[in-house]
Design a protein around this ligand. Structure first.
Ligand code: HEM
Length: 124
């Protein structure tokens, strides 16, 4: 197997781990009333943006087609989710666990992650 193809598959595996790191903690905490833990989701969102762009490169370098519009939509959704999580983390650091804006931003981030899964799967 060519090294670039091995790299693409390795990146795809990490891309799925990043997906789990965002959606796993979201589903675990969405019904809880305790203070939210955002670190794993933040890490997962960064991983998705980095591995997503690296996957585009790995595909292009092998002459494989990449749907530009789909990638622009996926990247925009992923960046919006990352920004929502960063804002939630900053607000919580400044105002503490009781800050009311944190939970809506957390829900928005989870919803955007699920939206990116739908885009990835349905947009062929
Ligand atoms: C939370 C954010 C994201 C989620 C949940 C997600 C989810 C997925 C899923 C489920 C797949 C496998 C299905 C498929 O091949 O279409 C996939 C593949 C892929 N994603 Fe993402 N993704 C995210 C962000 C991104 C971003 C930001 C980019 C690019 C800027 C990206 C680029 C790609 C590419 C290029 C593939 C195809 C891999 C290949 O077959 O070589 N993804 N993503």
């Amino acid at each position: 197997m060519p090294p670039l193809e091995i790299a693409r598959l390795a990146l795809l595996v990490i891309h799925f781990v990043g997906l789990a790191a965002v959606i796993g903690p979201f589903l675990l905490q969405v019904r809880r009333t305790q203070p939210l833990r955002l670190r794993a989701m933040l890490t997962g969102a960064v991983v998705q943006v980095l591995t997503g762009n690296a996957l585009i490169a790995a595909n292009r370098l092998q002459g494989m087609e990449v749907d530009e519009l789909k990638m622009i939509v996926k990247l925009s959704v992923a960046v919006a989710l990352l920004v929502a999580l960063i804002v939630a983390a900053v607000i919580r650091r400044r105002r503490g666990d009781r800050a009311t804006a944190v939970r809506p931003l957390f829900r928005l981030a989870g919803g955007l992650a699920l939206a990116d899964v739908v885009v990835a799967v349905v947009w062929t």
